[in-house]
Design a protein around this ligand. Structure first.
Ligand SMILES: *Cc1c(COP(=O)(O)O)cnc(C)c1O
Length: 223
C-alpha cells in the first residue's frame, strides 16, 4: 500500500510538472506523452505504476524487456513499451516483436535489419531517428548531416519514422540541444520529438517534446 501511495505521489508530481511546463509553452499537456523508463526495475517495482493506470513504458535493453514485459502485458491491458536504448542489428527481430516503437534508429545497417525483421514478422513498428545532437562519440545517434539520407533509406525500406530522439550532453544546459533537435525535426517535416529525462523534461517540453523519458523521478534512484 505504501509503495502504491509513493508511486502515485511521484506520478502526480511529474504530471503536474508536465502540465505546468506545457501551459507555460502554450501547449496542450495531452500532446506530451510521459514514458516511464523502467530499465533496471523489477516487475514488482513496475506493477504499482501499472496499477495507477499508467500505460506507457520505456526500456533500454532487449533482453531485459523480454524477461519482464510479456508477463506484464498478459496481466495488464493496453500496455505500450518503447525501446530507448541502442539496438544491435542481430536483435532487430526480438525488438520488432517486443516493442511498440523504437527510439534508437541511427544507422543504415539497422534500417536494413529492422526492415527485414518487420517484413518477416509482418509487424510495422514506428521508429524515431536518434540524433547525436552533442556530437559525443560514446553516445548513439546519427550525425546531423546524415538525417536526410537515413530518413530516405528508412522510408524506402517501409519503416515509418515518426520523429527524432536525442540525449543532450550531461552537465551542460540542455535547452540549446533540445532547440536544435526541434529545429531538425521541423526542417525534416517530422512531428515527434523524444527528448527530456528526469532532470530536464520541463525544459524539453517548453521546446516541443512530444515524448519525455522519465525514470528516476517516477521510480526513485537506480541502484
Ligand atoms: C535511463 C534513460 C532515461 C531516463 O533517465 P532518468 O534520468 O532516470 O529519468 C531516458 N532516456 C534514456 C535513453 C535512458 O537510457
Amino acid at each position: 500500500m505504501t509503495q502504491m501511495m509513493e508511486c502515485n505521489e511521484r506520478l502526480n508530481i511529474v504530471q503536474a510538472k508536465i502540465a505546468k511546463a506545457a501551459n507555460l509553452a502554450q501547449r496542450n499537456a495531452e500532446d506530451v506523452r510521459l514514458m516511464a523508463i523502467s530499465k533496471t526495475r523489477s516487475a514488482d517495482e513496475i506493477r504499482p505504476l501499472l496499477d495507477t493506470g499508467h500505460r506507457l513504458y520505456g526500456e533500454n535493453r532487449v533482453q531485459e524487456a523480454a524477461a519482464k514485459w510479456p508477463a506484464l502485458r498478459d496481466a495488464y491491458d493496453d500496455v505500450e513499451v518503447h525501446l530507448v536504448g541502442q539496438l544491435q542489428s542481430n536483435k532487430a527481430e526480438d525488438a520488432v516483436q517486443l516493442f511498440d516503437a523504437i527510439h534508437s534508429l541511427d544507422r543504415a545497417s539497422l534500417i536494413k535489419a529492422l526492415a527485414k525483421a518487420m517484413d518477416k514478422l509482418d509487424r510495422r513498428v514506428p521508429c524515431f531517428l536518434q540524433v547525436n545532437i552533442g556530437e559525443e562519440s560514446q553516445k548513439g545517434g546519427c550525425a546531423i548531416g546524415d538525417i536526410p539520407g537515413l530518413l530516405e533509406s528508412a522510408r524506402s525500406a517501409g519503416i515509418e519514422v515518426v520523429g527524432l530522439m536525442g540525449v543532450p550532453p550531461s552537465e551542460v544546459n540542455p535547452a540549446p540541444y533540445f532547440a536544435l533537435l526541434a529545429k531538425l525535426a521541423k526542417d525534416n517535416d517530422l512531428t515527434g520529438l523524444s527528448m527530456g529525462m528526469s532532470g530536464d523534461f520541463e525544459s524539453a517540453i517548453k521546446l516541443g517534446a512530444t515524448h519525455v523519458r522519465v525514470g528516476t523521478a517516477l521510480f526513485g534512484a537506480r541502484s
